[in-house]
Write a protein that binds this ligand. Sequence first.
Ligand SMILES: Cc1cc2nc3c(=O)[nH]c(=O)nc-3n(C[C@H](O)[C@H](O)[C@H](O)COP(=O)(O)OP(=O)(O)OC[C@H]3O[C@@H](n4cnc5c(N)ncnc54)[C@H](O)[C@@H]3O)c2cc1C
Length: 454
Amino acid sequence: MRRAVIVGGGISGLAAAYELARAHVPCALIERSPRLGGVIRTERIGGCLVEAGPDSFLAEKPWASELIRELGLAGEIIGSNDRERVTYVLKRGRLRPLPDGLMMMVPTRVWPVLTSRLLGFGTKWRMATEWFHRPRRAGQDRSVAEFVSEHYGREAVDYLAEPLLAGVYGGDASELGVAAVLPRFLELERRYGSLTRGLLVARRTGGLRRAGSLFETLRDGLGRLVEVLAAEVRRCGEILYAEAETVERMPTGYRVRASGQWLSAEHIVLACPAWEAARVVRALDPVLSDLLEAIPYRGSITVSLGYPRSLVHPMPRGFGFLVPKCERHRLLACTWVGAKFPHREPPYMLLMRCFLGGDDLLGADEHEITDVVRHELARILDVRAEPSFVRVARWPRSMPQYTVGHRERVEAVRARLAAWPGLLVAGNAYEGIGVPDCVRSGRESARRILAQLG
Ligand SMILES: Cc1cc2nc3c(=O)[nH]c(=O)nc-3n(C[C@H](O)[C@H](O)[C@H](O)COP(=O)(O)OP(=O)(O)OC[C@H]3O[C@@H](n4cnc5c(N)ncnc54)[C@H](O)[C@@H]3O)c2cc1C
């Protein structure tokens, strides 16, 4: 019998398998697609480095860069070109820069907010008077929209919180829950009342680490991390390309049916999406399955367009722009890739990476999706040139939605799992959606197994 089977070869499953391999505990990792990495997919097209899924991670969360360093790839880490870091927000058809010194929607500097053309007088007044908010006791979870609106008003929801979060969750500020999505801000509210005051205190007392670039990634793309992790896993375990279908209890441990074959193991880590984990455990524990199924998901699409630079006018200085939902476009965000990470496009090319949320276009064919994006770029940026390549990547049911009550749902999943020793879940559905959170989640699940093995 194997020590462990990991279901899912995305970054979470690979991180779990790596942690076991590192401790010389052989495991089998099962991946149903013919490719590892899950939503991480790096390609080279027309001299450009194209990321179909995530392109980087927040440097502030240490778990991805720790792993990269452990793998001997420290020399390949590159940081975002923060000297050029301006992000624009579309407002009434014009791109307006986000004011300097904002942490999400919380202002920490007066002058940039006062002079911002993104925010009206009412919001600026709210931002000034928010300083006097009183501490608030922790209560029931509420939506991010309610939370932000209470502090800074509706415009801050529409033009700051909503577009910033849409880029991460592809979700809706009126549905996302503040306890899971902005736990640090909730804590500041509880302690200080005012988020601005709380952040400034935290900064003064060293509670906020900020040095170096905001985002990090690998020179040759995040696909490189997947490649090196997979090689490490293969040194001590095996990777099987099969679909986990169901899991059964055995006198000791479990067995998993994967594409018709049974594999027995003492421990199982379900590092696949929660809705897929729900299907795999349905026969074993229908209640657990329902709890997992209750975590909602949305799809997303990235469209990368490479233009000959000579055909496109220069873009404004900055990383790209966000499109608030209230502006009624289908595009959620667009990154000027070469400005954020130089060397990802040759000097004669301009690479744009566009992000579409929601599910309505997932069923459309590539031409239709490309037409939508080109139409939007023409309206917003006046870019009408013919791209020399377009790459569309569709990711159905890829973004878990941490809606109001998410933390309680995850606690209920964990409580139910306590009845199944050796059965674990990992991945972006539970305690963080970003690549660093997934690395942490995968490695923690493996550490729990190692603790039991003694
Ligand atoms: C378009 C997009 C852009 C993003 N951008 C960023 C970013 O810039 N920065 C950032 O930090 N995060 C970003 N994220 C979020 C982050 O990339 C993901 O949350 C993370 O990579 C998910 O990893 P995972 O391993 O948990 O899940 P996944 O990557 O979804 O992997 C799950 C794997 O399980 C496999 N699987 C499913 N069911 C079965 C089964 N029954 N049997 C076997 N295998 C199965 C799947 O095929 C898949 O390979 C982005 C996400 C998307 C979709």
